[in-house]
Design a binder for this molecule. Structure first.
Ligand code: PMP
Length: 304
């Protein structure tokens, strides 16, 4: 069981987490017609009573776009203002994961997105490491990542996570930590909830946004950091065999941060990861608001 923060944002105000309840007939529960965000926030290490949100504007933008893909409207401003009010009510003292959620809230049946009410809530939980920072073993899933022509993959749509769930469980039940999914073209797409990078001959390579990935905010941040640090970045299709021979392979995501892959199927990968380490150290430093160059990625909110 997670350590949930005491208050949820529900129907436009903060209410105790246990009182934020929805009906079993809620449309989104039946049809996956919802979308969510996932953000991290930490107490300011300089102990000034502030909380630091990483790339809050980007997360709000993606959620607003996800809502649009579900044919509803949710403004970035409303998301950010609600998160701020909600955070001040909760006054967390540890690193947290914030889950804003938009969904079709009508009661009743029939899959659709027209003539339907939607609603929005937020809750949060304390979250340390989601995956082991020492590295994970991965299985190449028998489940393929969906195609953008059958599901709007640029949104973080709830229904899409059936594939992630099947892939993750298949991996874990067969002795691995995480799943890597190929797309319908047989190219590497991403993991169950993270994007993937490899390093070959000093180049940082990642599947492009045309490879049926979720357009990850950590991924985009890592690309920007790499450019800033003078590391050559290439976005292109990645073949399965490249995973086994790459110098470094790692995952990026809000929950997973930057996590090395130490094994894929039965192949052990390099454990010397100089480029990943450089990027990881820099990313951590940015999230702690210690890099002036990237201070605009951080939203600092006074909570006490
Ligand atoms: N892919 C999927 C399917 C995800 O759920 C996530 C987590 N949001 C990511 C990639 C990584 O995205 P981000 O860096 O924005 O958290």
């Amino acid at each position: 069981m997670h350590d949930f923060l005491p208050y949820a944002w529900f129907k436009g105000k903060c209410v105790p987490f246990d009182e934020a309840k929805i009906s079993i007939a809620t449309h989104a529960l039946h049809y996956g017609t919802a979308a969510f965000g996932g953000m991290r926030a930490i107490p300011d290490p300089s102990d000034n009573g502030n909380f630091l949100l990483f790339r809050a504007d980007k997360h709000a933008k993606r959620l607003s776009q996800s809502a649009k893909l579900l044919l509803t409207e949710l403004s970035e401003r409303y998301i950010l203002q609600s998160i701020e009010t909600w955070l001040k009510a909760n006054k967390p003292s540890k690193p947290i994961y914030i889950r804003p959620f938009v969904y079709t809230s009508d009661l009743g049946i029939a899959p659709r997105l027209h003539n339907i009410e939607t609603d929005f809530f937020i809750y949060g939980l304390e979250l340390g490491d989601y995956l082991s920072p020492e590295g994970v073993s991965c299985r190449i899933s028998s489940w393929k990542r969906q195609e953008d022509c059958s599901l709007p993959l640029r949104g973080k749509i709830s229904g899409a996570y059936i594939t992630s769930s099947l892939a993750k469980t298949e991996a874990v039940l067969t002795g691995f930590d995480e799943a890597l999914l190929l797309n319908s073209q047989g190219k590497v797409s991403e993991a169950s909830g993270m994007n993937l990078f490899i390093v070959r001959d000093g180049n940082l390579i990642t599947p492009g946004t045309d490879q049926d990935i979720l357009e990850g905010i950590t991924r985009a941040s890592v690309i920007e950091i790499a450019n800033y640090l003078g590391i050559n970045v290439i976005e292109r299709p990645v073949d399965k065999t490249e995973l086994f021979i790459a110098d470094e392979v790692f995952l990026t995501g809000t929950a997973a941060k930057i996590t090395p892959i130490k094994q894929i199927e039965s192949t052990l990968l390099n454990t010397e990861l100089p480029i990943m380490n450089k990027l990881r150290d820099y990313l951590i430093s940015i999230t702690e608001n210690k890099e002036d160059k990237f201070s605009n990625w951080i939203t600092s909110i006074k909570i006490s």
